[in-house]
Write a protein that binds this ligand. Sequence first.
Ligand code: DGI
Ligand code: FE
Ligand code: FE
Ligand code: FE
Length: 186
Amino acid sequence: MDQSMMIEKVKERLPENRYNHVRGVVETAVALAEKFNVPAEKARIAAILHDVAKFSDREWMKSIIISENMDPLLLEYHAELWHAPVGAYVARTEFGVEDEDVLNAVKYHTTGRAGMSDLEKIIYIADLVEPNRKFTGVEELRQLQDHGLDVMMEASIKHTIEFLVSKNQPVYPDSLKCHQYFVQQK
Ligand code: DGI
Ligand code: FE
Ligand code: FE
Ligand code: FE
């Protein structure tokens, strides 16, 4: 499927503000890809599709997690996490995406994981810092660009974990393992 068709189909599935977020993630992800020598077309496709399942039916997502043998632990955590792995499934089955790195960038965009590829990091970071995001500290995260992708990713996952802990929300193990991976590398 060509990219303009992908964008049209994503637009149909999302409310306007979420679609604007997707456009912001595309812009930020492509800029990061160019800066860090990752193929910009992969970043663009992953960004277009990263939230494709954000408004999918919960029971349907649950059935896909089970039938596709995804991590059963997902079902014990907040349903907000489900749109990422289910989005990768939709990208493959409805949008014809075959590139494993693109599919993993969608799959892990919410939690991160240990040993992320550069494309996965770019989508995770772009999702957090795209121009429509306004939270306290977002500008500091944006400015870490000049310190490299790993510094940005470590600060981003740390921000998410600290946010979740401050709200007494459970943190999914992949997020903790993602952070631990950067800490142990030093
Ligand atoms: O889909 P978006 O809103 O663009 O952003 P996202 O997919 O990164 O995150 C969706 C939500 O998931 C957000 O409210 C934060 C939450 N989240 C991220 N990591 C974890 C998490 N929630 C839990 N419970 N555990 C996590 O590790
Ligand atoms: Fe998301
Ligand atoms: Fe995110
Ligand atoms: Fe998003």
